[in-house]
Design a protein around this ligand. Structure first.
Ligand code: SF4
Length: 94
């Protein structure tokens, strides 16, 4: 199978893309076919040492990225985080 690097989804539009630790890894490592804890483990290890992890996670949350590992979190983890943030904001507003 041909490997596509993460450079394709980190298109350089954001300043932090230049420091992305995943740029030289295959994109399918960060976008596994199955969303299982084991499938994203290797990607999360790369993210753990990434200098722009916070920026990446903020971008994924702000733009509602629904697939793949961003900022060390898979899609399900980000959905739950977005729900917690939304619930907290609603409680503060009431
Ligand atoms: S946090 Fe992970 S997905 Fe985001 S730029 Fe860094 S290595 Fe890539």
């Amino acid at each position: 199978m041909m490997s596509v690097s993460a450079d394709l989804y980190l298109d350089g539009a954001e300043p932090w893309h230049e420091q992305a630790a995943c740029a030289s890894y295959p994109a399918e490592m960060f976008f596994p076919a199955l969303e299982t804890p084991g499938a994203s483990r290797a990607a999360k290890l790369v993210c753990a040492a990434c200098p722009v992890r916070e920026e990446c996670l903020s971008f994924a949350l702000d733009t509602a990225q629904s697939e793949g590992v961003w900022g060390g979190m898979d899609a399900g983890e980000r959905r739950r985080m977005r729900r917690r943030i939304r619930d907290r904001a609603r409680r503060r507003a009431s």
